[in-house]
Ligand binder design. Structure first.
Ligand SMILES: Cc1cc2nc3c(=O)[nH]c(=O)nc-3n(C[C@H](O)[C@H](O)[C@H](O)COP(=O)(O)OP(=O)(O)OC[C@H]3O[C@@H](n4cnc5c(N)ncnc54)[C@H](O)[C@@H]3O)c2cc1C
Length: 456
């Protein structure tokens, strides 16, 4: 039995079917794809995350390619920038831009501050340093404050001094001192993308499963996960129960522990209760005005913006908008906590915030022709200094007490996974179910890997 029809749950199902098992999938919502779905409204499509398909795993790449034919994939050059003091500064940061783009005086100040932090401060200890310590060492105080401090406050909704930095080496690239050459293949960063957004892949996965008789049960929220000493019973929100020999769960780890019956010991429930999530609201706006910024993503760390990041859908896939659309199509991402004003704001309230941000972006009188709002409640597992220890304690407890219960995926393992890592944890869990000595918890634990290059 599989809880969740996101990338991890669907991958587990594909692999189980491949090996002759007959899984059943229970999905709380009315769609497959989880966070990587593509909500649509007529010909308008929205990618709630801005999902770059990039992986270093051949196995994942082969699976992606097997699910969608070549002409349904497009190659997208990755171009990101940070909008700071009115300048679009390329990201990953390039030394020459930093030294000149905002004026030589500011450039020299940044370089001096970087030199100072490198010469006079010790290298922060991996695993224990806060994000602020890590960032100040990596970029120098001046550039850290300009580019990262505000952004991290806005997106992580926490003081960077209180956030662990263990994800930063993986996710944030250092300054490049050599100016990248556009014609050098080694410098290029190109990712794959399903023409109609990420959900196209996951709908194809569901269609593949349907061919072998496995159809995800939608509107089927799992409310209780019971173990009677021999097998498992899932209770759904409508009171229905289903039984099986193993459970692959991509529901948030905290909720899994809460719904387990018999209840785990009190100390396990307490550490699970401390696992938190940030939510994201993506507002897609189709603007009549043309606004050509040559980037897929623009980060907006400044306090003049409420929005944290802007996606330029026209630079992802033109098929996300109607074919005759001539204006701009942007996705504004608002990071929030589930009890904050932005999360509970009405659509009209959000519309007003969006309009303010569009003005800050330079639209004097924005004419919005179409607007879509997607709220993702469990978007980001929060990384605080206790996360690693708490998750390890839950993992060890589950492994010892319930070897046939397999937490998988981003929220299932409370880890900052991209699709490929969520999928790999599902694949390894299926291998484990069939007796292989693999550890799905080791996926995505490399401290220093960056995901760039050309993905063919
Ligand atoms: C803003 C943002 C940007 C991102 N960008 C990228 C990117 O560029 N590239 C990339 O590869 N990845 C990206 N990701 C990550 C990607 O979305 C996730 O890695 C992937 O969706 C994780 O898959 P999953 O199946 O583990 O979890 P999810 O996608 O969260 O799926 C879990 C599913 O379980 C269901 N569920 C939960 N609880 C229950 C329950 N009790 N009963 C039944 N069903 C339940 C949920 O409804 C959901 O459908 C991004 C994510 C976000 C939020």
């Amino acid at each position: 039995m599989i809880v969740g029809a996101g990338p991890a749950g669907l991958t587990a199902a594909l692999k189980l079917v491949e090996r002759g098992a007959t899984p059943r999938i229970f999905e709380a919502t009315n769609h497959v794809g989880g966070l990587a779905r593509t909500p649509t409204d007529g010909e308008w499509r929205i990618d709630p995350g801005g999902h770059r398909f990039f992986t270093q795993s051949e196995e994942i790449l082969d699976l992606w390619k097997s699910l969608l034919p070549p002409d349904e994939w497009i190659s997208v050059p990755r171009r990101s920038a940070m909008l700071v003091d009115g300048h679009f500064v390329r990201y990953p940061l390039v030394g020459r831009d930093l030294l000149t783009q905002m004026g030589i005086a500011k450039g020299m100040r940044g370089a001096g501050s970087l030199l100072w932090s490198r010469l006079w401060h010790d290298v922060p200890t991996p695993g224990t340093a806060s994000f602020r310590e890590w960032g100040t060492h990596e970029f120098g105080r001046h550039w850290y404050r300009k580019f990262f401090d505000g952004y991290v406050r806005k997106t992580w909704l926490a003081d960077p001094a209180e956030i662990a930095s263990d994800w930063a080496n993986q996710r944030i690239k250092p300054i490049t001192w050599r100016t990248p050459r556009a014609d050098d293949p080694a410098e290029q960063d190109v990712f794959r993308y399903p023409r109609f957004g990420p959900g196209q892949l996951w709908e194809a996965a569901a269609a593949r499963l349907a061919e072998s008789g496995t159809i995800p049960n939608l509107h089927s929220q799992v409310c209780a996960v019971r173990y009677d000493g021999r097998g498992w019973t899932l209770e759904l929100h409508d009171g229905q129960t289903v039984s099986g020999d193993a459970v692959f769960s991509s529901m948030p780890l905290r909720l899994l522990v809460e719904t387990l019956d018999p209840a785990p010991p009190r100390h396990i429930r307490a550490v699970a209760a401390a696992l938190r999530h940030r939510a994201v609201i993506t507002v897609a706006v189709a603007l009549r005005q043309q606004y050509d910024m040559p980037y897929n993503w623009v980060y907006t760390p400044g306090s003049e913006f409420r929005v944290g990041r802007i996606q330029n859908y026209g630079h992802w896939s033109r098929a996300l908008a109607p074919h005759d659309w001539k204006g701009s199509y942007l996705g504004l991402e608002y990071f929030t906590l589930p009890d904050e004003d932005t999360w509970v704001a009405s659509d009209a309230g959000l519309g007003a915030i969006v309009e303010q941000d569009l003005r800050a972006l330079g639209f004097d009188d924005p004419v919005i022709d179409h607007l879509m709002i997607v709220r993702s409640r469990f978007a980001y597992p929060v990384y605080d200094p206790t996360r690693e220890r708490n998750v390890a304690r839950i993992r060890d407890y589950l492994r010892q007490s319930h070897p046939t219960l397999h937490p998988i995926g981003r929220n299932g393992m409370h880890r900052y996974d991209n699709q490929d890592h969520a999928m790999l944890s599902a694949m390894h869990s299926v291998d484990r179910y069939f007796g292989a000595e693999v550890d799905p918890w080791r996926v995505n634990t490399e401290r220093g890997h960056h995901e760039t290059g050309v993905q063919k």
